[in-house]
Design a protein around this ligand. Structure first.
Ligand SMILES: [Zn+2]
Length: 372
C-alpha cells in the first residue's frame, strides 16, 4: 500500500471515529479489560494496553486512529501485564465466531489473484501465477451469498444458546464482523466462569463432536425411549431430534439399520452449528471492538438487534464512510456490490468511486488512492 493510500485511509477513519466516538463503548468494566491495536500496516499488534476510563480510551482512538481495535473477552486483575498468567484472569465472556469462508465456498467471480513476484494479476482463484509459476496472493471480496449462509448459521447459534443453554436474549449481542463473518458475545453471569473444559463441552455440543454413532444407533434400534436411557448433552440432542423426525420409537425399531444411520447423519448435519472452535476455547482472546472499523474491508463491526437479524444487509448497513467521489487507480477488481450499488469489474484503470467503495478497494489491496 502506498503512503498516500494509507494517509487517505487514516483521514477517512478519523472522520468516522470523530463523528461516531460515542458508539465505541467497550464492555464493562473497562478497567479490567486488555486492549489491542493495529496502528500501522504490516506491523504487529500493539497489545496489553489498558484504560482507566472511557474518556482515556476515546482520546487514544482519536489520537492514534488505529487500523483495527480489539478488546479482551476476559476481565483481569492486571490487564496491562505483559505476562499472560500475571494478568490474573477473573472471568471471560463467551465469544463465538462464524466465519463465512467455512460455511460456504467462495466463488471465482468474487476473487482476484495477484503474483507478488512478477506483478501479474487477474480475476478468479489461481494458486500459481500463469506466467512465472510463483504462488499467488488471493484476495476474496466480501460475498453477499456467503454472508447470507453465515447469517442463517448465526440465527441457528442464537436459537441453540437460547433454547438449550438458557441464555437470555438480553445477554447476547450479535455483530457483523465487518468482513466475512458474524460474532456473538454472551455476557451472562453464570457463563462468565465456565472453565476451558466447560467451553470445550459447549463447542462439542454445537459442532456435534464426540458422538458415538454406533452406540446411538443401538439405542435407537432397541427403541429405548429417552426416559429409559441416561443420554446427556450432544447425544441427547441428536437422539431427541431423530425421534422427532421418525415420529415414533416403533418406526425406528422396524426401520433398516442403514436407513436409521442415514437419518442420523442427516440430522448431525442439520443440527451442527459451524462456529470456529479456536475462538471460543481461548479465554484470552481479543475480540474486535464493537462499532470499530475492520481494516480488511473498511466496513464496521456492526451490532445487529436480534429482531433485525432476518433482514440484516451487511453490505449496506455496515458502511462507515460517505459517498464523496474519490479517484482511484485500480489494479484489478471483480464486480462487487456495496451500499446498494454495483461496481466494476475493473482492470488497470483510473476510476471515480464513492469514498466507501474507494476505502474498500484500498483495504483489499486492489488499488491505490489517486486524489479527489
Ligand atoms: Zn508471476
Amino acid at each position: 500500500m502506498l503512503q498516500t493510500s494509507l494517509e487517505f485511509l487514516k483521514r477517512e477513519f478519523f472522520k468516522y471515529y470523530y463523528e461516531n466516538i460515542s458508539r465505541l463503548v467497550p464492555p464493562e468494566p473497562i478497567r479490567s479489560r486488555e486492549f489491542g491495536f493495529f496502528l500501522e500496516k504490516g506491523k504487529g499488534m500493539f497489545r496489553h494496553k489498558c484504560f482507566n476510563s472511557l474518556r482515556d480510551f476515546h482520546e487514544f482512538i482519536l489520537n492514534e486512529i488505529p487500523l483495527d481495535i480489539y478488546v479482551s473477552a476476559a476481565n483481569y486483575e492486571d490487564p496491562c501485564n505483559r505476562d499472560m498468567s500475571e494478568k490474573k484472569l477473573v472471568n471471560a465472556e463467551l465469544f463465538f465466531d462464524i466465519d463465512a469462508e467455512s460455511v460456504a465456498a467462495v466463488s471465482e467471480e468474487e476473487s482476484a489473484w495477484i503474483c507478488q513476484k512478477c506483478n501479474q494479476y487477474g480475476i478468479g482463484l489461481r494458486d500459481g501465477c500463469p506466467s512465472c509459476g510463483a504462488p499467488t496472493e488471493l484476495v476474496r471480496l466480501v460475498s453477499e451469498k456467503q454472508l447470507n449462509v453465515a447469517l442463517r448459521e448465526t440465527e441457528k447459534l442464537i436459537h441453540v444458546l437460547r433454547e438449550d443453554f438458557g441464555i437470555a436474549p438480553e445477554n447476547m449481542r450479535v455483530f457483523y464482523s465487518g468482513n466475512r463473518g458474524y460474532h456473538v458475545h454472551v455476557n451472562q453471569e453464570d457463563f462468565l466462569n465456565v472453565t476451558g473444559e466447560g467451553r470445550r463441552e459447549i463447542i462439542d455440543y454445537l459442532l456435534i463432536q464426540g458422538l458415538d454413532e454406533k452406540e446411538l444407533l443401538n439405542f435407537l434400534k432397541r427403541g429405548v425411549s429417552i426416559g429409559g436411557v441416561s443420554l446427556k448433552g450432544v447425544k441427547r440432542r441428536v437422539y431427541m431430534r431423530v425421534l422427532e423426525k421418525a415420529g415414533s420409537v416403533e418406526k425406528l425399531k422396524t426401520s433398516k439399520r442403514e436407513t436409521v444411520l442415514k437419518m442420523l447423519e442427516g440430522i448431525v448435519e442439520e443440527l451442527k452449528v459451524r462456529i470456529d472452535p479456536v475462538v471460543t476455547i481461548d479465554m484470552h482472546r481479543l475480540m474486535r471492538m464493537p462499532e470499530s472499523i475492520n481494516s480488511s474491508s473498511g466496513m464496521v463491526k456492526r451490532r445487529i438487534r436480534l429482531e433485525d437479524l432476518p433482514s440484516f444487509k451487511p453490505l449496506e448497513e455496515a458502511i462507515a464512510f460517505g459517498d464523496e467521489e474519490t479517484c482511484l487507480k485500480v489494479k484489478i477488481a471483480p464486480r462487487f456490490r456495496l451500499g446498494g450499488r454495483t461496481f466494476g469489474p475493473f482492470k488497470d484503470e483510473e476510476v471515480e468511486l464513492p469514498a466507501y467503495a474507494a476505502v474498500y478497494i484500498v483495504c483489499k489491496g486492489l488499488g491505490e488512492y489517486a486524489g479527489r
